[in-house]
Each structure stands twice: as C-alpha cells, then as structure tokens.
Design a protein around this ligand. Structure first.
Ligand SMILES: Nc1ncnc2c1ncn2[C@@H]1O[C@H](COP(=O)(O)OP(=O)(O)OP(=O)(O)O)[C@@H](O)[C@H]1O
Ligand SMILES: [Mg+2]
Length: 248
C-alpha cells in the first residue's frame, strides 16, 4: 500500500430529474485499501458506483483515478484504465461455461495463449471451482456460484480498482465467508470498494467504512467507531439489527 489515493471524487453529484441520488460526494480511497460503502436502501451507493465507471454520467463534480480526471471518458476506456465493476445484478454470459466466461474476461489483457490458459486455471482455483464446475454453463449455476463466477471474471481481468456491489446478497453465512476469502485474494493485487449490508462481512474485510445517507457521506471511520456512532445506528445499523431480531 502506498500513500496516494487511487480513487478520489470531488463534489460528485448525480441527479435523476429533481432527485439528487448522489449529492456532493468527496471520497478518497488509498491504493491497496478495502473500503466498505454502507447505507440504507436508496442511499445512492449503486448510483455512486455507476458514476465512477460512467455507466451514469455524473451531473457535476470530478472522478480522479490515479490523479487523472475521468470526465468525458466512455465506460470501456475506464475499464481499460483498470476499474472493474461487479454490478448489483450479476452479469455473466449465460450460454458460456464458467471457464469460457473467465477466459473472455482475461482476453483484454492481451496475454499469450499459454499465459492466458494459466491465468484461467489459476482463477478457477482461486474461486474454488473444480473441472466439472468450470465446464458447467453459467446459466445452470446456483446463485452463489454465479456470484463467484463473476468475481472470477473480475480477478482474471486483473483490475487496479474493483467495485463490488453487494457480492454476498442472498448468500448463506458459509458462502459469505468464502466470498470474504475471494475478495482478500482480489485485494492482493487490487484496491477494492465494496457495497454491503452484511455487518459480519464488513467487519471481516473493511479497514475503513464510508456511510452514505441520502446521497451524502454521513461519516467515514473504522467499523468499531461506525458501529458505536449513534446517528449511524439510528439511520442504518440499529434499524438493521431490529430487523434481524424481528426475523430471528
Ligand atoms: N436510473 C434511475 N432513474 C431514476 N432514479 C434512480 C435511478 N437509479 C437510482 N435512482 C434513485 O436514486 C436513489 C439512489 O438509488 P441507488 O440504487 O443508488 O441506492 P442504493 O444505495 O444502491 O440502494 P440499495 O441498497 O437498495 O441497492 C434512489 O432514490 C433511486 O430510486
Ligand atoms: Mg444498490
């Protein structure tokens, strides 16, 4: 890890009609960091991610990647600079096998055929897929395996910065723990920003946590401090715990 932010936003705003989904966000994420982004439903987390990759054009403000202003760049150029995103809805090529999906994700790296093959097999190993699973068509995967396939695609593309939007949604605790391991492997080479609701997942991964509320950064701190923060408890964690209690 070095001391410079790999990603910074300044006064980032995204409006949909009259609604500011992202409302003046200043963010600085250091190279090598795993940052968790939390906040209640509708806080603007996914919109913020999509502004970083220009899936949404920001209404105003700046996104700086390694100090470079991304303004005006199309999504594919941003991907080529090394920012990869796993959106909230998994996107894999349903008709292709897992191995083919991962191979496709690694292709833009321009590796020699042999090297490419090695990367694909190493990635399958990193997501814990044996050969029968690797041969399975992505359409037939379980929910968790589809998420891991997509994480494998991200690993294989070797990004500098990975944006993960709710990678453990709908997973069991064991599946969540496996996902934590995969993300740690991803973090060996990439800075990671992850949106999550699962508090144990966040506690296991995050160095710093940013809380978004109504499109703004409410607070940014370690998970311990965030959990103890009264305002955060009121708008998010407390309510979440009540929901967990009510269900359990
Ligand atoms: N394409 C869009 N058009 C209009 N409004 C949108 C669009 N995308 C998001 N919004 C609105 O922007 C706000 C933020 O939505 P966003 O999906 O970013 O929240 P979120 O924090 O990711 O929520 P969740 O935890 O439910 O995924 C919401 O009020 C939402 O209705
Ligand atoms: Mg979202």
């Amino acid at each position: 890890m070095n001391g410079s932010p790999i990603l910074a936003t300044r006064g980032l705003v995204k409006r949909f009609g009259g609604v500011a989904a992202v409302d003046g966000v200043d963010l600085a994420v250091m190279a090598g960091e795993i940052r968790c982004l939390i906040g209640p439903n509708g806080a603007g987390k996914s919109t913020l991610f999509k502004c970083l990759t220009h899936q949404h054009q920001p209404t105003s403000g700046h996104v700086l990647f390694n100090g470079r202003d991304l303004r005006g760049l199309p999504t594919h150029r941003i991907a080529r600079l090394g920012i990869a995103i796993k959106n909230q809805i998994p996107s894999v090529y349903a008709n292709l096998s897992v191995r083919e999906n991962i191979r496709l994700a690694a292709l833009p790296r321009g590796l020699a055929k042999r090297e490419l093959g090695k990367v694909v097999e190493l990635t399958l190993n990193e997501i814990g897929f044996d050969d029968p699973l690797a041969k399975q068509s992505a359409a037939t995967l379980s929910h968790a395996h589809r998420q891991w396939c997509e994480l494998g695609m991200l690993l294989a593309s070797n990004p500098r910065l990975a944006l993960l939007d709710e990678p453990t949604a709908g997973m069991t605790r064991d599946e969540m723990l496996k996902t934590v391991d995969i993300i740690k492997r991803l973090n060996a080479h990439a800075t990671v920003i992850v949106v999550e609701h699962d508090l144990e997942f966040i506690a296991r991964l995050a160095q710093r946590v940013t809380v978004l509320h109504r499109g703004r950064v409410l607070v940014e701190d370690t998970m311990d401090k965030i959990e103890a923060n009264e305002t955060v408890r009121d708008i998010y964690l407390g309510r979440k715990k009540e929901i967990v209690h009510a269900q359990g």
